[in-house]
Design a protein around this ligand. Structure first.
Ligand code: ADP
Ligand code: MG
Length: 667
């Protein structure tokens, strides 16, 4: 009887039991799992090339007979294993090929005279001989094997421990033969394509299917959020007007446009779920505050959540400075500190806090708007918890890190996006320069000139794990050095292990200009705002990611003065150079994000656990970006045409809820 997709592999008796264990380690349990264990790439083995007489950069696939094996020794105990191959259907003129392995002991136990071998690699000229070093190889045992593994475009699977290409290919080949399913033809073609053209088209079809599933999931999540009862935060805008009039600047066009969008969302009885995007320093916070004032004026409360205590406290200070003159009562709630400003009303109208806000929401009874700063540090479950109020508050998510468009379409696909794509006009320029550590003396002279001109500076260290005592000690040691170097200018040390009240005091002194230099870990990464600080020196810059470096340098260039970001590094590798050059060349966060993506390749940037989305098996968000955009349009159309799909009683919706519950355990 043919196997079905949902059958467990354990029911198939010709699969050896130890294989089942190995497969399970890959998360492969059912027939479908194995058939959807897609190849990483394919290799053209339709025709074996003639043995070459020259070297080439292009790897080639050759088939030959082993005429000689030999072990040579060099440097005492080191060994080279050499295998000489001759072309089977000999061609009188072709030279033999020598395959060489250095110190790989298992190979010599596998290859013997008279075997037939297929090798894949780059031919190199070594003396007069044509050689391949460490080629991929397969030994041909019988003709059936030839038909599976050779004379075709052969699939190459992601490397897995204990399971050779051969074994996987053999399992999948046989399973495809013994299976029955509507989708089979296309899956077979993806594993064992008849031509490169057909491979291209079936791959595209499967990627479309995968992307559509993902966009349906996102679309359903979004539609479900809209099924909830929201509230109409309808305010005349008097309070907002007073706020805007008191600001020492006027909003940029982009800020004004985004604020208008938010205002429309707030007014509507549908719950708002919006992402507020914008580069570091583009003025997102001001817009978020304006939106909170609209909520407050309409008689609700507003909450602002930040990812760290420092940030929450800083937001609190900013809000007090700007809003208390307007008579708005603000309360701070973090794990370590609670404070209420002088309250003119019985209840606070705006809450500022960290996650603690989620778990001790006392007093937060009537939230009309919840603003989540730096969303990427919050998990789905936390967001879900905050939005569990009835009726649903409007939710505004602010990201500090610009992300590539295709990514935001997936990661934040369930949110409407508003983008502030313009910087305030008064911004000084930031010049970024990557320098080798050996240039420290010149850099130091430069720092001193800036300090003498009355500016302040940041010196940043990459402490990977702040919980480690060792790191704190390293920072302290470095701090002593800097104190010497910068004398007589005052210098303070800030890191994550300093108790909160003291941290706050250190930041205050820096903000007020009482300290000239701040030696710090990345605790200053987000939100810190000191316009007079014009230089940031980042040590061991190679250890940071691009996005993080961009984020860090957003702490300077906040005032009228020209600012300088110096990236010190002792790593001369081309990768580091390429990375740091991106920052020298562009100051636009979105461009940095795209370049980062490009450099890092298709790694798991999706942060699957946090986004609550399943990992992609086949599609590549970067190279298949166009297909993702199309899938999004299709999913939106399906949901528009059939809104009932999102109703709780719908079967598909139920599956979706189950998956969502699973995610919340992850985050
Ligand atoms: P973001 O949160 O996007 O990084 P902020 O809202 O913290 O940016 O704003 C950065 C700085 O710019 C703050 O000091 C803020 O007061 C100031 N700012 C905001 N909007 C404007 C504007 N339109 N013109 C001048 N300065 C502004
Ligand atoms: Mg901010």
């Amino acid at each position: 009887m043919p196997h079905q997709f949902h059958d467990s592999l354990g029911e198939i008796e010709w699969i050896a039991r130890p294989r089942l264990t190995q497969l399970r380690r890959l998360g492969v349990e059912s027939v479908e799992d194995l058939l959807r264990h897609y190849p990483r790439r394919h290799e053209d083995r339709r025709e074996f090339a003639n043995f070459p007489s020259e070297e080439s950069e292009q790897p080639i696939c050759l088939c030959g007979e082993v005429v000689k094996t030999q072990i040579k020794r060099f440097g005492g105990w080191k060994k080279i294993f050499e295998v000489t191959l001759e072309q089977s259907d000999a061609h009188a003129l072709s030279q033999p090929l020598v395959c060489r392995w250095f110190n790989v002991h298992y190979v010599q136990k596998m290859i013997f005279g008279d075997q037939r071998l297929v090798v894949f690699g780059k031919p190199r000229l070594r003396g007069k001989r044509i050689c391949m070093e460490h080629p991929e190889f397969e030994i041909i045992e019988n003709d059936e094997e030839i038909s599976i593994h050779f004379r075709r475009i052969a699939p190459i699977y992601p490397a897995t421990e204990g399971l050779s290409q051969r074994v996987l290919r053999g399992l999948i080949f046989r399973l495809l033969d013994e299976c029955e399913d509507d989708g089979l033809a296309i899956i077979r073609e993806l594993h064992f394509p008849r031509s490169w053209e057909s491979l291209g088209s079936v791959r595209e079809a499967l990627v479309r299917e995968e992307f559509l599933d993902m966009q349906m999931l996102i679309g359903l999540r979004r539609a479900r959020a809209r099924l909830r009862n929201g509230r109409a935060n309808d305010a005349e805008g008097k309070l907002l007007e007073r706020f805007l009039r008191a600001l020492p600047f006027s909003l940029t066009n982009a800020q004004a446009r985004v604020l208008e969008e938010l205002r429309r969302d707030l007014r509507s009885p549908l719950p708002m779920n919006r992402l507020l995007q914008g580069d570091v320093g583009s003025g997102k916070t001001v817009v978020a505050i304006a939106a909170m004032l609209l909520a407050v004026e309409s008689g609700s409360q507003a909450a602002l959540m930040a990812p760290t205590q420092i940030l929450a406290e800083q937001h609190y200070e900013v809000l007090r400075r700007w809003l208390e003159p307007l008579g708005v009562a603000i309360s701070l709630r973090t794990g370590a500190r609670s404070a209420d400003g002088p309250t003119l009303f019985t209840n606070p109208q705006i809450f500022v806090g960290t996650h603690a806000l989620l778990f001790e929401p006392e007093g937060l009874e009537n939230p009309g708007l919840v603003v989540i700063d730096e969303q990427h540090k919050f998990g789905v479950a936390q967001r879900a918890r905050l939005t569990s109020f009835e009726p649903a508050p409007d939710v505004l998510v602010m990201t500090a890190t610009p992300i590539p468009r295709t990514l935001s379409m997936t990661l934040y696909g369930d949110l409407d996006v508003a983008t502030i794509d313009e910087m305030p006009a008064d911004r000084g320029r930031i010049v970024t320069a990557a320098r080798d550590e050996s240039k420290l003396p010149e850099v130091l002279a430069f720092l001193r000139r800036e300090l003498e001109a009355g500016r302040q500076i940041y010196i940043v260290y990459p402490l990977i794990d702040e919980s480690e005592k060792l790191d704190a000690k390293a920072a302290s040691a470095e701090f002593e050095k800097w104190r010497e170097r910068l004398r007589p200018f005052s210098c303070e040390l800030l890191h994550g292990r300093i108790p909160a009240p003291e941290k706050q005091a250190i930041m205050d002194r820096f903000r007020r200009g009482l300290t000239s230099a701040l030696v710090s870990t990345t605790v200053i990464e987000v939100g810190v705002d000191v316009p007079n600080a014009t230089v940031m020196l980042i040590e061991n810059a190679e250890r940071f990611g691009l996005a993080q470096l961009h984020q860090l340098r957003g702490r300077i260039g906040r005032g009228e003065h020209k600012s300088y970001c110096i990236l010190l590094s002792s790593d001369p590798s081309p990768e580091t150079l390429a990375k740091l050059q991106v920052l020298e060349k562009t100051s636009n966060g979105f461009a940095v994000a795209e370049a980062d993506w490009e450099l890092r390749g298709p790694g798991d940037l999706l942060g699957t656990a946090q986004s609550g989305l399943p990992a992609l098996k086949l599609g590549n968000l970067r190279t298949d970006a166009k297909l993702m955009q199309e899938a999004r349009v299709v999913a939106q159309k399906i949901l528009r045409d059939d809104p009932d799909l999102a109703r709780p009683e719908n079967q598909r919706f139920r599956d979706f809820v189950v998956e969502e519950e699973n995610f919340s355990h992850v985050s």
